[in-house]
Design a protein around this ligand. Sequence first.
Ligand SMILES: Nc1ncnc2c1ncn2[C@@H]1O[C@H](COP(=O)(O)OP(=O)(O)OP(=O)(O)O)[C@@H](O)[C@H]1O
Ligand SMILES: [Mg+2]
Length: 345
Amino acid sequence: MFGVDELGMDLGTSTLHMVVRGKGIVLSEPAYVAYDRQTRDVVAVGEQARRMYGRTPAGLVVERPLRDGRIRSFDLLSKMLRYFMRKVVGKRAAFRPRILLALPGGMAPSERQTLVDVMVDAGVRSVVPVDESVASAIGAGMRIDQPYGRMNIDVGGGRTNVSVFSFGHQIVWDILDVGGDKFDDAIIDYLRKKHNLLIGSRTAEELKINIGAARMRGTKLTMDACGRSLVSGLPRAVTVSSEEMIEALDEALRDMLIALHRIIERTPPELASDIFDEGITLSGGGAQLYGLDEVLSDQLKIRTTLADEPALCVAHGLSALIDDPDRYENIDLVSGSRSDRNVRD
Ligand SMILES: Nc1ncnc2c1ncn2[C@@H]1O[C@H](COP(=O)(O)OP(=O)(O)OP(=O)(O)O)[C@@H](O)[C@H]1O
Ligand SMILES: [Mg+2]
């Protein structure tokens, strides 16, 4: 199906990964763009733009063109994609690759089409869309083409994709409005309320990664969080503990569990029984929150295992699909129109 000029792209809302046939992952960069507010000229993309986040000079803005599973700016998205394409493909105008594109879950068909147009504009010959959840499950090493029920939960930055597969089809799926960003927001909220401290989202993310926890850690960890005191208006540092993180994340995790319960309830009994036997596979960068796998195992009463390199599962899945298409020919890359979800819900 694919020739040498074939690429894969995991267009995540936090991180973008690109893969090349036979070469695996060749690029992983934050999906950030820095631009001049007046001229809208792009001044930095990817890692460089992310480093500027929250500390830009006046007149410059750093944004994520995709957030909460939505395209926030087509113009910026298009500029970002052009930049990354050029980085991987080079400037050769004649070289127009075909691309296997993992689309953020929950995207409306019209938005998907626009995204395809943006990609073609950025220099690709044609676009083969694949659901992020399908690529993620393949990259997590799940055999989703077998006659058994298999469940994958991909906790991304913006959203959590939940899918039950059997015979290569997605039988039950949903997209939850919770992910790494929501965890960061919950930490910001918590520090504001509990310590009268306003922190930025990068600090919140650092807290989450370094001392964040869904359940008690073996040893209590602490970290200093710097921000602005809401009382004095001056910079201040507060020592925060991992136990406080559990409190901060409690509500977001509870919402996630309620939604997961509902999806399992909607799963046909035979498939639910397979999932019970086989367990749930957890992928996505956000799934690395300390103790999340154990909390899900406990609360859902189904053994839940974190995949290897969770943040790279979608990219590895795309790589596998490009390198060995015959092996996956029985898998539906895109499930029925996702717009039916809006009707049902
Ligand atoms: N060790 C860690 N502990 C907790 N969260 C983490 C860790 N490492 C990364 N994350 C979080 O993972 C999230 C990014 O995950 P991922 O790269 O899968 O998202 P994405 O694919 O870009 O987003 P989406 O799939 O929603 O479009 C971020 O919120 C990041 O803070
Ligand atoms: Mg993702």
